[in-house]
Design a protein around this ligand. Sequence first.
Ligand code: MG
Ligand code: ZN
Length: 452
Amino acid sequence: MIKQLIRTSLLSCATFAVLSGCSVTEPVSETANLKSKPSQNVPKNIIMVVADGMGPAYTTAYRNFMDNPSTPEMESVVFDDILVGNASTYPAQVSGYVTDSAAAATALATGVKSYNGAIGVDVDKQPVNSVMYHAKRMGMRTGLAVTSQIVHATPASYIAHNESRKNYNEIAEDFFDIRVNDNFIADVMLGGGTTYFKREDRDILAQFVEAGYEYADSYSDLDAIPVGSNVLGLFAPVALPAVLDEQRKNRLEYLTKNAIKHLENENGFFLLVEASQVDWAGHANDIGSAMAEMHDLALTMTYLREYVEANPDTLVVLTADHSTGGLTIGANGDYRWSPEHLKAMSASVLTIALEMASEENPGEFVASKLGFSLSEEELATLDSVSNQDDETRFNAVKAFLDTKTNTGWTTGGHTGVDVEVFAFGAGYQSFIGQIDNTDIAKKIFQFIEKKE
Ligand code: MG
Ligand code: ZN
């Protein structure tokens, strides 16, 4: 990180070399060229990416996971090229120092700290408007692309106002009922959650279609929608499957591309992207899914860097809302981490644990899904849990992976550490250094007002 911050200050030096006369002694890298290229400091388009639960240990773990062991150096990953700083995440005082995703999303979306559980409301449960609301009010196109249900805490806080994140049905109603100058807040909504929109008591899905939205419930349907449409794409009853269980291994990148395709226009757009399930892997203490969800996010960020290279008037900011699970790289006094065991997994730990119960040779089945061979003893251990209940099997397979990789966890919940901030494109300089999560929203509000 220090290296990155030094690189960042070198960049500013490069950018302002002419004015200040400071000299640049190192060759300016490709990254530097990309960063210093923005034609303006106020972006036309703003893409906010939230990696739910991605504390600093996740980005380090991902770099190790991607390392090519046949070269002596550690290859860098996309996150290394775009790091600019660090953000505090603590919620409103009433909730102490450890935030949940609702309070953190409310902070990132509205610039207001609230209590854990709050969706777009302050500590007095009064509605506070988001950057997406403001973008719509200013005539931009707006959208979201997430891998959870679209009414989950992070996307919900950009649109709805509710005293509790658990009120999914009421939150879905806000998606339709809240208007800005007669417009819905989001023009494009991609993720999961048909359960909350197509209900017996109210068919919000039909209401959106009636109001002119294109509806997609499969990726092939989504592909067929004409560019520039308003879109409601719900690809699962609740959340999308874990990426390890999906056919499409780049589902977030794919949804992000599709959202942008429908949002691009003369007045600019605001898009919220969420890698929702890094957090869920953390809650489950599942290192296999954690790295797979990080990989989907990395593909998304690589795509967004290409997008900004072609569209330098676009700003991309990536941060996490908090860290989850207390992930540690190495555990129990053993100075070892072995992510190579995570590289060939062909199903999530949960799916493996559920399916092994009906297998004749459960140990062999687990080995085939994990993608590496197991010792007789390891096979016997896994065979011995195969007729236990779901939770016991799930815990056994996770514990097995933790032992193989020497991964540690301290909690099934969140932790209060600061999170990294990544930014590139027009106006990225505003996010350099130590900031607070509310500063991100405050700066985006200014950019939407076209102020530097
Ligand atoms: Mg979330
Ligand atoms: Zn969480």
